[in-house]
Design a binder for this molecule. Structure first.
Ligand code: ADP
Length: 237
């Protein structure tokens, strides 16, 4: 499986690093401060839960990490590369090459098979059809979907759909996986199963994952838990 492990002897760098990140939204005459000098480091191979009440800023944090929004202050490093001053095109390239996204709803392309949904981002990245199909087959097999390659999303269960969405997110070997309630739409049993497979994938590939969830059982199974409190990112026990 493709990994983003550093060369032997190289200094490890965080997959994601927030340094004194600020983000505020205009609110009437004032400002709504979401992040104030917030710091966060997520290391390769680490699975971190983002747990906070609704409205605390989880989506904002994920959008900042995914380079979909810019901070109002501070710096965000992706694999050691500072991004705040980057041009939009460069941010898009970094997002496409270094990150995978999983959402609560799978957003798979309905007309295409599971395999094709995982092949597509690799073709966009420039891989040959043969390479992309080989990688997609390996990934879907790892996620327990060897018998579902030619099924379309509507022919898959919710848990299977979400596993295809995970395979698609990591198809290009990202450094960082960002997920917003990835199992929030599944029943508890299926959620636990899909989450277990996600953990195995993170462990096998060495990528780093930041996963927003309301599910405390799943949060407890991650390496660390962080929350947003008073504009800071704090560690939870
Ligand atoms: P969460 O994901 O934890 O529910 P969000 O990051 O979506 O929280 O939102 C944090 C706060 O910022 C909320 O009060 C929300 O209303 C506000 N907010 C989010 N996006 C915007 C925006 N584009 N403009 C103004 N306020 C926003």
């Amino acid at each position: 499986m493709t990994t983003n492990a550093e060369a032997p002897g190289a200094q490890p760098v965080p997959a994601l690093f927030f340094a004194k990140v600020e983000r505020r939204y205009a609110q009437g005459a004032g400002a709504l401060e979401i992040l104030r000098q917030a710091d966060l480091a997520i290391w390769p191979g680490e699975l971190v839960a983002l747990v906070a009440p609704s409205g605390a800023g989880k989506s904002t944090l994920l959008h900042l990490a995914g380079l979909l929004e810019r901070p109002d202050g501070g710096e965000i490093y992706i694999g050691g590369t500072p991004t705040a001053g980057m041009a939009d095109g460069e941010r898009t390239r970094l997002r496409r090459e270094e990150m995978g996204f999983v959402y609560q709803f799978h957003h798979l392309l309905p007309e295409f098979s599971a395999l094709e949904n995982v092949v597509m981002p690799q073709l966009i990245r420039g891989l040959s059809n043969r390479e992309a199909r080989a990688r997609a087959t390996e990934l879907l097999g790892f996620l327990g979907l060897k018998e579902r390659l030619v099924h379309r999303p509507a022919e898959l269960s919710g848990g299977e759909q979400q596993r295809v969405a995970i395979a698609r997110a990591v198809a290009n070997g990202p450094r960082l996986l960002l997920a917003d309630e990835p199992t929030g739409n599944l029943d508890p049993h299926t959620a636990a199963h899909v989450f277990g497979i996600l953990v195995a994938l993170v462990r096998a590939s060495g990528l780093a994952a930041l996963i927003a969830t309301h599910n405390m059982d799943l949060a407890a199974r991650m390496d660390r838990r962080v929350t947003i409190r008073d504009g800071l990112i704090e560690q939870l026990p």
